[in-house]
Design a protein around this ligand. Structure first.
Ligand code: ATP
Length: 345
């Protein structure tokens, strides 16, 4: 099911949690809402679910205006961070719940409900545990049950609010891969809230980066990572360094010297150069970007070096070996191989 969020504003006691948000979610895609705490991700998810009503704007499910419809009418599957499983029900009863409470006219027969619940138990790889109670499962297993329960009603849209947020890093990574597989098999339109960049990049077809109640950028992981449209997105989506530069004669300048990078079609004047630590090479040179090694740490197969230049530290990932100790005033300069230029604010 396609979902269109159109010029939605949401205020809580006059506080605008969402300003004027529009987002087209494609049928069958897995889209991540990514942003720092308080950026409005959960509010947007709850509006799509029908748990909150917009102050202004509309939400369409397909061609139908869903703005006034309830959660049940929208047919939403929801998974929260804290496993909201029914403690007094077995796993099988939990999964069957949504179908059992349907009105008689749309409720499948008991045998069909059981068959479907067992099938889902198999899908989430928990066959054999149907008679257990939630407190007899691990956190990761409980979230699998929560997902099976959400899928049981054949939801038009599946909404997940930091579903792995309470789990440890390894279980989180496993469930991430697993969720992607399940999504590819079932094909539900899925909206996934996370503040974890890596999770969003790995899991989603597209991501929607939010900040302060606004959408900053929507795109595939590759587009958003490689072509961020704002300094905020550049810094939020991965590690970044920033250098104030001047654009002059079609080149970039720092401290009155050209640094050997073309300015493209940037306007003359001050600008902000952004780059990622792994997109930089170090060169031996007497250049304006030469600096002092402030820290040098080995991380896996590379070394991460912080070079201090003009009072600001810049993280650079270099190939081994690197024989300059911390504190050394080097004649090393760094040259970004890939970078993005934003206008100065
Ligand atoms: P987090 O990652 O911390 O969950 P979020 O991006 O999901 O953050 P929201 O929960 O959507 O952010 O909150 C957005 C803003 O709206 C916050 O400033 C929050 O304090 C405010 N807000 C959310 N719900 C309510 C509410 N029921 N009443 C008043 N303010 C609210």
């Amino acid at each position: 099911m396609e979902v269109r969020v159109q010029n939605v504003r949401k205020e809580f006691d006059r506080f605008p949690a969402l300003h004027d948000v529009s987002l087209d979610i494609r049928s069958g895609e897995l889209i991540a809402l990514l942003g720092p705490s308080g950026s409005g991700k959960t509010t947007l998810l709850r509006l799509i679910a029908g748990l909150e009503m917009p102050t202004a704007g509309k939400i369409f499910f397909g061609d139908t205006d869903a703005s006034e419809k309830t959660v049940q009418e929208r047919n939403i599957g929801f998974v929260f961070q804290h496993y909201a499983l029914f403690r007094h029900m077995t796993i099988l009863e939990n999964i069957s719940f949504g179908l059992k409470v349907r009105p008689r006219s749309t409720r499948p027969p008991a045998s069909e409900i059981r068959r479907r619940a067992m099938e889902l138990l198999d899908l989430v790889q928990l066959s054999g545990l149907e008679k257990r109670y939630p407190n007899q499962l691990s956190g990761g297993q409980r979230q699998r049950v929560a997902l099976a329960r959400a899928l049981a009603i054949e939801p038009a849209v599946l909404l997940l609010d930091e579903p792995f947020g309470a789990l440890d890093a390894q279980v989180r990574r496993e469930l991430r891969k697993w969720l992607r597989e399940i999504h590819d098999r079932t094909g539900h339109t899925t909206v996934f809230v996370t503040h974890d960049q890596e999770e969003a990049l790995e899991l989603s077809d597209r991501l929607c980066v939010m900040s302060q109640g606004r959408i900053e950028q929507v795109g595939t992981p590759d587009t958003v990572y490689d072509h961020p449209t704002s300094p905020f997105v550049f810094g939020f989506i991965g590690e970044s360094s920033e250098l104030p530069v001047t654009v002059e004669n079609g080149e970039l300048w720092v401290g009155g010297r050209a640094i050997g990078l073309p300015a493209g079609d940037a306007k003359p004047g001050n600008a902000r150069l952004f780059f990622r630590p792994h997109d930089v090479e170090l060169i031996e040179a007497d250049a304006s970007l030469a600096g002092v090694v402030s820290t040098s740490r080995r991380v896996g197969g590379t070394r991460r070096v912080e070079l201090e230049i003009g009072g600001a530290g810049h993280l650079v990932e270099v190939d081994l070996p690197f024989d300059h100790p911390a504190g050394e005033k080097t004649r090393l300069a760094f040259r970004p191989k890939r970078w993005t230029l934003f206008p100065a604010t």
